[in-house]
Design a protein. Structure first.
Length: 70
């Protein structure tokens, strides 16, 4: 049983079309998600950018890097 059939609607951001899709309509190769709302899905690229930046910051902290390129 998928989440869709359980009554919860999921939204995806299609990186090829740059459109939000209600439910999984396209190949997984082009989808980001699932998200709980169309608004959240429409911000998928920004959400991913912020998460990536946070992971990069955590990696620098773990390595003890101060950000200087010496």
């Amino acid at each position: 049983m998928t989440e869709e059939s359980a009554g919860k609607t999921e939204y995806y951001f299609n990186t090829k079309t740059q459109m939000v899709e209600k439910g999984r309509q396209s190949s997984w190769e082009h989808l980001m998600g699932p998200y709980d709302s169309p608004e959240e899905a429409s911000n998928a690229l920004e959400i991913a950018r912020k998460r990536s930046q946070a992971w990069d910051d955590d990696d620098r902290d773990w390595r003890g890097d101060d950000g200087d390129e010496d």
